[in-house]
Design a protein around this ligand. Structure first.
Ligand code: C2E
Ligand code: CA
Ligand code: CA
Length: 716
């Protein structure tokens, strides 16, 4: 063995190798490649507490504390490798020595290889490091504090050295990432990275970030990682420095899933709140039944339109359903609502998408057209499309409306004024017979003033004797003579005749109709008494308004008056329109009942124009019907087939009711109706309504016309 002996070889300095070996302050041992101690120096004897002879030939493990005995071969191999490749050897390193008395001590071991003719041995120099223990204790305390902190934090922490190796991690890190213990033990960093990436929603961007950070070791960064399983981590990364030198990177991860969820829930709740607010806002501008704009929105839009471009046309079409109250009364509010919805639908279909259609309330609607070049065509289209029949709850209804059109012309008009003009025009359309549209004309304003004026005039009319009676004959084709007269009111106002279609509605609205009605009855009882007295079969028909029937003592008053005028109640016919039967006040029906008990007959006027069906006729307490002139006017040549007329007459007859046809103007109409066995005829063909003084002549003329009718029928 080429190990220096205690005596012999001398160094150039004259110092003998053996004594130098023994004089070395560190313990030095030579160990063969088989791990056997072959040489030790005096310091080694002292350090380990053995004699030289006791150590030599022993396995090196004898001087190593338990737990430090493995790894010799690996150490040997890596020293060899380092010598061959120039890579620094893993030395010196810390280890624990074992003395002969069994005590252990910490030491630092430095190793090198020694080549001799007999082979290669390992030379180990060992220095006890008791002196470091104190410093170590401080370090250990700091370390334990650090690791306790690391382990107690909720954050997952990973420390990676500059060469990409995992230098440390806490339990929280492995738990959060769900890293299996086996995987950790492999120390396979690439596999670990693969495991981490596999859980992320966007692994590429994380990888990119990691690479970016490694390219810039001093960078600090922070972001959020989304997991495939829905979790969210916050990530911090900062360099790990030792004395200003970056030696690695610390990654810390915090599970912010609950916080994220809470944030998302709050966001969702806020969005829902915003949506509700939007709905509420929409509701504030929307008619809930039809979904159309409401009055408020319409006003805003109109004001906006009037403020805009002066040259663009602005048209307001105000419309009101005709006799809508009847639909509600006969078929109920649910049907009424359905009708309003249908009307809204039709209105929308008549205009462009950006035109405003609003429901102002009840059965009143308004359309706002901006930039339309032909508002009248739109108005016409609305009237026509509304008048198409619709089935609602088993009944066929034919909605109709009156429409007023007002447009902005050169002079600037306020929104309220434009709407007022449309209202005036609509009123005019109603007065002109409904189911039509009228454009506002300045004269209509005068008409409005006139209506107010009319009411004032009407108040004085009865006392001033301006209201008089005219009588129109009603003939029986079977008997060929006049069997009845209808009393019709006439108002001569300062030499000008005001038509009943104008003053009767005013009288009804003001309540004056009761006075006028009683006046009419008294006058006609008196004037017609001589004619009526001639034959008990003769009768007098008087029109009665629903307003009158609502008076509590109406029936008594009529019977009282008849008695005082010596008029037989059986010769009196009261003409009422269907609307009186719709009055929810049962009192109205009761009044008619007591009058009928006294012998008075009731005729249903304008039959066929109301909303009720023929089928309802049997429920009404009436004795006769008067077919409205609009049906009679359908007869032109007399050759046409009009099943509606024949069904009306047959239906009434089957219920035991008498039938009168109104507005008979031509012989063809008279013949046609006679063929259908209509009981009585009334109209200009026989006579216009005449004052009492003209009745004698009217009777003669009417009789002539009936005779002529017989001739015509025989010829056919
Ligand atoms: P009405 O009860 O339907 O009366 C028949 C109307 O038709 C009368 O109009 C009559 O003049 C008209 N007429 C008669 N024959 C013909 C004809 O061949 N062709 C045409 N086109 N028309 C004809 P008038 O007198 O203008 O009365 C209008 C309405 O005013 C009446 O309709 C009735 O509803 C109401 N009225 C008239 N007088 C009174 C009254 O004293 N009390 C009440 N409550 N209403 C009345
Ligand atoms: Ca009548
Ligand atoms: Ca009538």
């Amino acid at each position: 063995m080429a190990v220096p002996s205690r005596s012999g070889q001398q160094l150039e300095s004259g110092i003998e190798c053996g004594s130098l070996f023994d004089a070395l302050p560190d313990a030095v041992l030579v160990i063969s490649d088989a791990g056997v101690i072959t040489q030790v120096n005096a310091a080694a004897e002292l350090l380990f507490g053995y004699d030289r002879q006791q150590l030599m030939g022993q396995d090196h493990c004898i001087i190593l504390a338990e737990g430090y005995r493995s790894g010799f071969e690996q150490l040997f191999a890596s020293l060899r490798h380092s010598q061959e490749s120039g890579v620094p050897a893993p030395t010196p390193f810390e280890s624990y020595g074992l003395r002969s008395d069994g005590t252990e001590f910490p030491g630092e071991v430095a190793c090198s290889l020694l080549h001799t003719d007999h082979g290669t041995s390992l030379v180990a120099s060992v220095r006890a490091t008791f002196h470091r223990q104190e410093a170590d204790a401080g370090l250990r305390e700091a370390m334990s504090l650090l690791s306790a902190t690391l382990e107690s934090t909720a954050d997952g922490i990973l420390v990676v050295s500059s060469d990409g190796k995992i230098a440390g991690l806490n339990d929280q890190f492995t738990t959060m990432w769900g890293i299996p213990q086996e995987l950790l033990e492999t120390h396979d960093d690439a596999a670990l990275m693969g495991y981490v990436l596999g859980q992320l929603a966007e692994p590429e961007s994380f990888l990119e970030k990691v690479q970016e950070l490694y390219a810039d070791p001093t960078a600090e960064s922070h972001d959020v990682l989304d997991f495939l399983d829905g979790r969210t981590f916050e990530r911090y990364s900062r360099p790990q420095k030792v004395d200003d030198t970056v030696v690695g990177r610390v990654w810390s991860f915090r599970d912010v899933t609950p916080r994220r969820r809470a944030q998302e829930q709050a966001k969702q709740a806020l969005a829902e709140l915003a949506e509700q607010a939007a709905q509420l806002k929409a509701m504030a501008f929307q008619d809930p039944l039809t979904g159309l704009a409401n009055r408020k929105l319409f006003h805003d839009q109109l004001t906006e339109a009037l403020r805009g471009d002066r040259s663009a046309a602005v048209d307001v079409l105000l419309l009101d359903l005709d006799d809508f109250k009847e639909v509600n009364d006969i078929l109920g509010h649910h049907a009424g609502d359905q009708m309003l919805v249908e009307v809204a639908r039709r209105l929308r279909a008549c205009v462009r998408p950006n035109d405003t259609v609003a429901r102002l309330g009840g059965d009143e609607f308004v359309v706002l057209l901006t930039g339309s070049d032909d508002a009248e065509t739109v108005a016409e289209r609305i009237v026509e499309s509304l008048n198409v029949p619709v089935w609602i709850e088993g009944s066929m209804l034919r909605p109709s409306l009156s429409l007023g059109l007002a447009s902005m012309n050169e002079d600037a008009v306020a929104a309220s004024e434009l709407l007022r003009r449309a209202d005036v025009a609509m009123y005019a359309a109603k007065a002109a017979g409904k189911n039509r549209f009228m454009r506002f004309q300045p004269e209509m304003m005068t008409a409005l003033v006139q209506r107010t004026d009319m009411e004032a005039g009407l108040r004085l009319a009865v006392d001033d004797g301006e209201i008089t009676v005219n009588f129109q004959p009603i003939v029986s084709p079977r008997l060929g003579e006049v069997t009845q007269f209808e009393a019709l009111a006439r108002w001569d106002r300062g030499g000008e005749r005001v038509p009943p279609s104008q003053f009767i509605p005013t009288a009804e609205r003001s309540g004056l109709i009761s006075t006028i009605g009683m006046h009419m009855m008294r006058e006609s009882f008196i004037q017609l008494r001589p004619w009526l007295a001639g034959d008990l079969e003769r009768s007098l028909a008087v029109n009665v308004s629903g307003v009158q029937l609502r008076e509590p003592d109406f029936a008594d008053a009529v019977l009282c008056l008849a008695e005082s005028c010596r008029m037989d109640p059986r010769q009196l016919v009261l003409e009422v329109t269907e609307s009186v039967f719709l009055d929810p006040d049962a009192h109205v029906i009761r009044q008619l009942g007591s009058l009928r008990n006294a012998g008075v007959r009731v005729a249903l006027d304008d039959f066929g124009t109301g909303y009720s069906s023929l089928g309802r006729l049997q429920d009404l307490p009436v004795d006769a019907v008067k077919i409205d002139k609009s049906f009679v006017s359908m007869v032109r040549t007399g050759a046409e087939k009009l099943p509606i007329l024949s069904s009306m007459i047959n239906m009434a007859h089957s219920l035991g009711l008498r039938v009168t046809a109104e507005g008979v103007e031509t012989a063809e109409q008279a013949a046609y109706l006679t063929d259908l066995e209509c009981d009585s005829l009334q109209g200009y063909l026989f006579s216009h309504p005449e004052p009492e003084s003209g009745l004698e002549l009217a009777i003669l003329r009417s009789a002539d016309a009936v005779d002529a009718l017989e001739g015509l029928r025989l010829k056919r």
